[in-house]
Design a binder for this molecule. Structure first.
Ligand SMILES: C[C@H](N)C(=O)N1CCC[C@H]1C(=O)O
Length: 723
């Protein structure tokens, strides 16, 4: 097979594996929180924390995978072994979700939750080890399939690689929840009674003794796909370029760095001449090549320090931005988009933006001469003139692209702040922590005068029986600074009652047909969660006949009270009255598209380029290690989100967005300065040069030795002649 075909085939195999692997990973992530919440019955906080801890672990384990690959097994074998660990983890996870395994009394709920928790934690640990461990190896292994002069094809590979990640992510985010059995792909039902899914939300159920939400399928299908992808990958074994590991490189690196630090400390006196780089203090004991390779890696790792800030903003798509969407309207006419489904905009945009950027934007920038070329060593420039390294040199400045990517992400957060300001204008005016709010609902039957303590008397009209939209009415809340108030009704005789309000809360005073039996009802104090509606009923006197049925379309995030008269019969639905407590969300979710567009453009510039950069600047034997370092910036970014979300809550959400945007602008300025001083290298060239020098040194030494030997021989001969 011609070399080009072979390379294309290798690329295809690696991409196919990547696509299935990412389907598997993102698919599982899509249902994980729901499994914690509704199967293991953990509360929201614990579910979210364990979920984020799992994601952070997935981005920390790449270091382990990289060490195994570069020092011991090589990338190919590491991918295979860790894929097996991954698949085993997913199978354990799928088994842990089968309620029947512990449901001895067949009541539909597992009888030994501890076993399910233990199994799922073991499964998740193996998955994190597998997915994280494979990640740096897959990217570096793909890169290894290209030769030095194929830098353009290498860049294309990383772009396609990223496309595959997102194709997998998109498909799985859409399909896995369907496998679980959700009608709406990301509808989060309120926790049903333990282990029983409400009929209305479920389209697909499974189980042996009792039918339930299909978590085993949702986790099992990604596991099966993982096995398929492993088989496909192994089938292509003969076609890959496989680089062998060069011994325990990480251990040598640590020892070399340790020795350099120790040696530097021992020679801290000013009497000793300075060395160009602190790693040169390892010169006495370690190979020049190893020292040079460590210098290359350290230089890149130093450059990574500001990068987690990008991921801190990026990862808030899944948290803050989704929460923002819950206060918006997802009614797109033909279809309704749930708040967390808005996140699929990211992979969709990646699938369109990566080809556009690669084929259109970057070449255009290059043509217009906006990019500046690598700062090159003289040697390279000479070679360029001689057209030896042309394909290597005519590249854009990756660090500049990454800086622009960061600025795009900051702009996305400014957009999010503007949208937030618009949303805030439409949000109800909730009471502060020292205030209470009260609304009066009159079901008495006629108009009523109501007076609170010293305030002006109010006239509250009785609600007329109607359910038609045109006669909806909403009652404004009255705000009180005091908790203890008195209410007087202008009935005959006047009825006066003391009321105790709840600080920081909204309540409704319901005046039933018998007004002396008035009562307080607690209202909701925030927009209904996840963009849902809140509906409650208020009865005058329950007589067991409240069975009338009607259908009504509610807006996102609205809240209603239905007033049901005492004697309503199914034929008398019209006598039920609807009160709008909270208006539906009026700012449309489509307004989030510009921020998603900017963030995703930033991601393409930052993340895809970062992958290419990490590969191109790494020495041959440390490619996976540097990929792992790159992934670690993501883990640190996630951890910052967790910390900031807990500690740094600003009173206004838009202000928090602006704060994050400003921080990222500051960080990108620092990064651009660091980037300016970074000299691009060609690791292979440096390695070759050092090896050549070492070879020359040994040649010189040999020549010197030979000269000495010849001289000695001549001396001997002279002496013998004299004798
Ligand atoms: C789904 C994202 N668009 C994406 O592709 N990624 C987010 C973190 C890095 C990258 C991934 O490798 O999953």
């Amino acid at each position: 097979m011609p070399a080009e075909d072979l390379r294309d085939k290798n690329m295809e195999e690696t991409k196919r594996k990547k696509k299935k692997k990412r389907f598997s990973y993102y698919g599982m992530r899509a249902v994980l929180v729901l499994y914690f919440r509704y199967f293991l019955l953990w509360d929201s906080d614990l579910s979210t924390s364990i979920y984020h801890a799992f994601v952070a672990l997935c981005y920390l384990t790449p270091i382990l995978g990289a060490i195994i690959a570069d020092s011991w097994l090589g990338k190919f074998k590491t991918i295979i072994y860790l894929s097996i660990v991954y698949a085993v983890g997913q199978v354990i996870m799928a088994v842990s979700t089968i309620h029947d395994i512990t449901d001895t009394d067949r009541d539909g709920s597992p009888d030994n939750l501890t076993l399910h928790i233990a199994l799922s934690m073991l499964g998740l640990f193996l998955i994190a080890l597998g997915t994280g461990g494979i990640k740096p190896c897959v990217a570096a292994f793909g890169g290894d399939q290209f030769q030095e002069h194929q830098s353009r094809q290498l860049n294309t590979f990383f772009s396609v690689f990223y496309l595959c990640i997102n194709a997998g992510s998109l498909l799985s985010t859409l399909i896995t929840p369907v496998l679980r059995g959700a009608r709406s792909l990301s509808t989060l039902p309120e926790p049903p009674p333990p282990h029983r899914a409400p009929e209305t939300f479920s389209t697909q159920q499974c189980g042996i003794h009792t039918q339930q939400q299909c978590y085993p399928l949702a986790f099992g299908v990604p596991a099966a796909l993982m096995v398929v992808s492993l088989v496909v990958f192994i089938a292509g074994s003969g076609m890959y370029v496989k680089t062998d590991p060069e011994g325990n490189i990480m251990w040598s690196v640590c020892k070399c760095i340790g020795f350099a630090i120790k040696n530097r400390f021992r020679h801290r006196s000013k009497l000793y001449p300075k060395r160009e780089h602190w790693m040169d203090w390892a010169d006495e004991k370690y190979d020049k090549l190893l020292i040079a390779q460590i210098k290359m890696v350290l230089k890149v790792l130093f450059l990574y320090i500001p990068l987690p800030m990008f991921w801190t903003l990026f990862d808030q798509k899944g948290s803050r931005w989704t929460l923002q969407a819950t206060t918006m309207s997802g009614d797109f006419g033909g279809f309704i988009l749930q708040p967390d489904q808005m996140q699929t905009v990211n992979p969709i945009l990646i699938l369109t933006l990566v080809p556009i950027m690669d084929r259109l934007v970057f070449p255009l920038i290059q043509k217009c001469g906006l990019n500046f070329r690598y700062r090159m060593t003289r040697l390279k420039e000479t070679m360029l003139r001689k057209q030896i390294l042309e394909p290597l040199i005519v590249r854009e400045h990756p660090l500049k692209r990454m800086t622009v990517g960061m600025l795009f992400a900051a702009a996305a957060f400014v957009c999010a702040a503007v949208v937030q300001v618009e949303i805030d204008k439409t949000l109800p005016d909730f009471p502060s922590s020292s205030q209470s709010q009260l609304k009066v609902v009159n079901m008495y039957g006629g108009s009523l005068g109501v007076r609170f303590s010293s305030g002006e008397p109010l006239t509250i009209h009785s609600y007329e029986a109607s359910l038609s939209c045109s006669s909806q009415s909403s009652v404004d809340y009255l705000t009180f600074d005091q908790q203890e108030i008195t209410v007087s009704l202008t009935t005959d005789p006047v009825i006066t009652n003391p009321l105790r309000l709840i600080r920081g809360s909204r309540q409704t005073l319901v005046i039933p047909a018998e007004p002396e039996r008035m009562y307080l009802e607690e209202d909701i104090n925030s927009k209904p969660k996840e963009g849902k509606n809140a509906v409650r009923r208020a009865f005058t006197l329950s007589n067991g006949h409240q069975s009338c049925e009607f259908s009504r379309k509610f807006g996102f995030g609205s809240s209603y009270t239905f007033l049901v008269p005492a004697d309503v019969f199914s034929s008398e639905c019209e006598s039920v009255k609807e009160v709008e407590d909270m208006e539906p969300n009026s700012v449309h979710m489509a307004l989030q598209i510009p921020q998603y567009f900017l963030m995703t453009s930033g991601e393409v510039l930052f993340s895809v380029t970062g992958l290419q950069f990490s590969y191109s600047q790494a020495p041959k034997n440390m490619k996976s290690v540097l990929q792992a370092g790159w992934l670690c910036t993501n883990a640190v970014g996630n951890i910052i989100v967790l910390i900031v979300a807990e500690l740094g809550k600003l009173p206004k959400q838009w202000a928090e967005y602006v704060l994050f945007a400003s921080l990222l602008v500051a960080v990108s300025i620092i990064f651009s300065i660091m980037a300016y001083f970074y000299t691009y290298i060609d690791p292979a060239e440096i390695e070759a040069q050092i090896l050549k020098e070492q070879h020359l040194d040994t040649e010189d030494e040999k020549k010197e030795k030979k000269k000495e030997e010849t001289l000695e021989m001549q001396d001997k001969e002279v002496k013998q002649t004299k004798i």
